[in-house]
Design a protein around this ligand. Structure first.
Ligand code: 13P
Ligand code: SF4
Length: 297
């Protein structure tokens, strides 16, 4: 199946991207794996005519924002992100006005329409730098309340938060971490900033998914408790076969990230189906917010 998929990709001049949380067989079939933003940036640099994004809807939109001349396909139309859907452009514009038009910093885990009404985007890896880059003393961060609370730890600015959250990261509790630590007393605990504040406080390191992939290689430890979606265990174990990785909780399983199968990846390539389009007027404004962030990093 992997051979068929790669052959179809070659015929259609397509590049297959897979987010770090995708099932192992999808990561194996992909040309590139990584976090959502780095994948979109790297795909924009290629000469492919088609991008197949194995991930969720906002990720395919990000690729379309950065590569308007390419066809961007999402193998399963309803692979979405509940957190991205917790804010609408209308509600965000209203809240920004209520707060006196302060700058809006939007996590890349958001729809293109929300990015388009934002001043600048951020990722879990660059959030502190983005907050400091804004000259105003007050900012509104959306959609993730936990990422906003994490960013607030590193700034004197007033950070207003939006009450959005990732249903999988937000579910991790201090008790889960304590029990994982008890089972693996020598393990280093890495947490994603989408986790709740009490969990963040217990972490040895707070990292994005790509940050965790680097950090596990840098730290002199053979065991890690992984405080993010359990799909990351696969690329971690592949990168460091001599080390051991344990999920902080089996509850951290994003069902949307697991909707894509080899069969629907093959069908998508065969039929060039599942195109994700961002209207040009939305794309132009969303691009500005993404570009402002990329220029900072
Ligand atoms: P990163 O890979 O950017 O850390 O994102 C985590 C995530 O939840 C993606 O949906
Ligand atoms: Fe969205 Fe959370 Fe799934 Fe990432 S893990 S796609 S933030 S629901």
């Amino acid at each position: 199946m992997k051979e068929t998929i790669r052959q179809l990709a070659e015929e259609k001049n397509a590049i297959i991207l897979a987010h770090n949380y995708q099932p192992p067989e999808i990561q194996q079939a992909a040309h590139m794996c990584g976090d959502s933003l780095e994948l979109s940036i790297r795909a924009a640099e290629t000469t492919a005519d088609v991008i197949v994004f194995c991930g969720v809807h906002f990720m395919a939109e990000s690729a379309a924002i950065l590569s308007p001349e390419k066809k961007v396909l999402l193998p399963v139309a309803d692979a979405g992100c509940p957190m991205a859907d917790m804010v609408t452009p209308e509600a965000l514009v209203k809240r920004k006005k209520e707060l006196g038009n302060i700058p809006v910093i939007t996590y890349v885990n958001s729809t293109a329409a929300v990015k388009a009404v934002s001043d600048v985007c951020c990722t879990s890896a660059n959030v502190t730098r983005v907050v400091e880059s804004v000259k105003e003393d007050e900012v509104l961060m959306t959609p993730d309340r936990n990422l906003a609370r994490y960013a607030a730890l590193f700034t004197d600015k007033t950070v207003h938060l939006w009450e959005g959250f990732c249903p999988y990261h937000d579910t991790l509790t201090a008790e889960d971490v304590l029990s994982a630590r008890k089972e693996h007393p020598n393990a280093v605990f890495m947490a994603h900033p989408e986790c709740p504040p009490d969990v963040i406080q217990m972490a040895d390191a707070v990292k994005s998914t790509s940050g965790m992939l680097r950090y596990a290689g840098e730290v002199d430890s053979d065991e890690f408790i992984v405080g993010t979606e359990t799909g990351l265990i696969y690329p971690l174990s592949k990168a460091y076969p001599e080390k051991r990785f344990f999920p902080a909780s089996e509850k951290m399983f994003c069902t949307d990230m697991k909707k894509i199968s080899l069969e629907n990846l093959r069908d998508t390539l065969e039929n060039l189906s599942g195109e994700v389009r961002v209207p040009e007027e939305v794309r132009k404004d969303a691009y500005k917010a993404v570009k402002r962030m990329v220029d900072l990093t």
